[in-house]
Design a binder for this molecule. Structure first.
Ligand SMILES: NC(=O)c1ccc[n+]([C@@H]2O[C@H](COP(=O)([O-])OP(=O)(O)OC[C@H]3O[C@@H](n4cnc5c(N)ncnc54)[C@H](O)[C@@H]3O)[C@@H](O)[C@H]2O)c1
Length: 352
C-alpha cells in the first residue's frame, strides 16, 4: 500500500507535533500545508518538505492527491473545515474541541456518515501509553464499576492569548481548551456513560494577568496580551444516567501555589490515579495495596501520545480499524462542555 498523502491545515503552535509525528510514520507523506499566514505556511512546508503550500484551505481540499488532513486551526473553523474536507473525500484528524457548539458538532457527525470517511477527534490523552495500559486493567474489571472521578487541571498562569482568549474564535476559556482533555479522559475510562445532568460555574475574576513577569507558558502563535474575554476558571459536577459522577475544575489562572494536574478514578473494586502519576489501588487479603506499575514512565508522555494518535489515524484509514476517538464522542463532549457553560449562565442545573 502506498503512503497516505497528508495535508496539514493551520501551522501554529500545535501543528509541529502533528507534523513531526507524520514525519516519523512510514505510511504517511507530508504533502501539503495551509495557513492564513503565508510566511508561516511556507516555513513549515520548507521544514517538512511539503510539495504544496496554500493560504486557502479550500484550495488544499481541491487537491485530489491528498488522502487525509489534520486540522490544527482555531476552534471556530473546525466545523466548516472538517465538513468541507469530508465532502472533498478526505479523512480528517480534527484537533479538540471538535467544534464550538453542539449544533456544529452534529453537522460534522452528519457529514462523517454521508461521506463514509474517517474523522478522528484529537483527544490525544486517550492515546498515552499509560492510558492504554490502564484501559486493559479497567476492561478486565480490576476497578469494577467506576462510580466517581475527579479531575483538576489548574494553571496559576497560562492563558495562551490570541484566539484562545477571544470567545468568538475559541468558544470559551480553560474549560473548552484544557478541561476538554481531562473530562474526556475520565468519561472515556468510565465507559462513556450517558450524561444526565450538569451543574457548573465559570469565573472571570483575574483576567489574563499579562502583567505577571518571570513565568513562561504555552502561547498561541499570534499572542496578544491585550485581548481576553474568556473565563479564567471553571468547575462542574456532572451526573451520569448510571449514577456515576465526575467532579472537575480547571483554570487559565488562579491564585494557586503551583500548577496542578490530577485525574483520579474510583470504582467498587479498585481505584486509579492517572495524573500526576499512574497508580492503581486495590484490596487483597484485607489489605489495601497501592500498586505502582513497573513501566518506563509513570507520567504522561505527550510526544509519544501524539505519535500514537497519528499512527492510529493512519492505521484506521489503511486497515479500516475502529477509531479510538470517534466523531460521536466529540459530539457528546460538546454537550458536556456547552452544558457547563449553560448551567453557569443560568445559575441552574442542566438536565439532558
Ligand atoms: N491536543 C492538544 O493537546 C492541543 C494543544 C494545543 C492546541 N490544540 C488545538 O489545536 C488547535 C490550534 O491551536 P494552536 O495552539 O496551534 O493555535 P495557534 O494560534 O498557535 O495556531 C493556529 C493556526 O491556525 C491558523 N488558521 C486559523 N484559521 C485558519 C484557516 N481558516 N485556514 C488556515 N489556517 C488557519 C492560524 O493562522 C494559526 O497559524 C486548536 O483547536 C487547539 O484547541 C490542541
Amino acid at each position: 500500500m502506498g503512503k497516505m498523502k497528508i495535508g496539514v491545515i493551520g501551522t501554529g503552535s500545535i501543528s509541529d507535533i502533528h507534523l513531526s509525528s507524520y514525519a516519523q510514520n512510514e505510511h504517511a507523506e507530508i504533502y501539503a500545508i495551509c495557513d492564513l499566514n503565508k510566511e508561516r505556511a511556507q516555513k513549515t512546508a520548507d521544514n517538512y518538505g511539503a510539495t504544496f503550500v496554500y493560504t486557502d484551505y479550500k484550495e488544499l481540499l481541491g487537491n485530489e492527491e491528498i488522502d487525509a488532513v489534520s486540522i490544527c486551526t482555531w476552534n471556530n473553523t473546525h466545523a466548516k473545515i472538517s465538513i468541507a474536507a469530508l465532502e472533498a473525500g478526505k479523512h480528517v484528524l480534527c484537533e479538540k474541541p471538535l467544534a464550538k457548539t453542539v449544533e456544529e458538532a452534529e453537522q460534522i457527525e452528519k457529514a462523517v456518515k454521508q461521506s463514509g470517511k474517517i474523522l478522528q477527534v484529537g483527544f490525544v490523552r486517550r492515546y498515552t501509553n499509560n492510558i492504554n495500559l490502564l484501559k486493559q486493567f479497567i476492561d478486565h474489571g480490576d476497578l469494577g464499576e467506576i462510580y466517581y472521578a475527579k479531575a483538576s487541571c489548574l494553571r496559576r498562569l497560562g492563558n495562551p492569548g490570541g484566539w484562545f482568549a477571544d470567545k468568538d474564535r475559541s468558544g470559551g476559556g480553560p474549560l473548552i481548551d484544557i478541561g476538554v482533555h481531562v473530562i474526556d479522559l475520565c468519561w472515556y475510562l468510565m465507559g462513556r456513560p450517558k450524561v444526565k445532568s450538569i451543574s457548573g460555574n465559570t469565573y472571570e475574576k483575574l483576567g489574563n494577568r499579562s502583567n505577571v513577569k518571570n513565568l513562561d507558558f504555552y502561547k498561541a502563535a499570534d499572542y496578544n496580551p491585550y485581548q481576553n474575554n474568556v473565563e479564567d476558571m471553571a468547575n462542574a459536577l456532572i451526573r451520569f444516567e448510571n449514577g456515576a459522577s465526575l467532579l472537575v475544575d480547571v483554570s487559565f489562572t488562579l491564585h494557586a501555589k503551583e500548577d496542578e494536574i490530577s485525574v483520579k478514578l474510583y470504582g467498587d473494586k479498585g481505584g486509579a490515579e492517572i495524573e500526576p502519576e499512574l497508580l492503581i489501588v486495590s484490596e487483597k487479603h484485607n489489605t489495601i495495596l497501592n500498586v505502582t506499575p513497573q513501566i518506563d514512565s509513570l507520567s504522561s508522555d505527550i510526544n509519544q501520545a501524539f505519535q500514537n494518535e497519528i499512527n492510529s489515524f493512519i492505521n484506521c484509514i489503511q486497515n479500516e480499524k475502529e477509531v479510538v476517538s470517534p466523531v460521536e464522542d466529540g459530539v457528546e463532549m460538546m454537550k458536556i462542555l456547552c452544558g457547563i457553560y449553560e448551567s453557569s449562565e443560568t445559575g441552574k442545573e442542566i438536565y439532558f
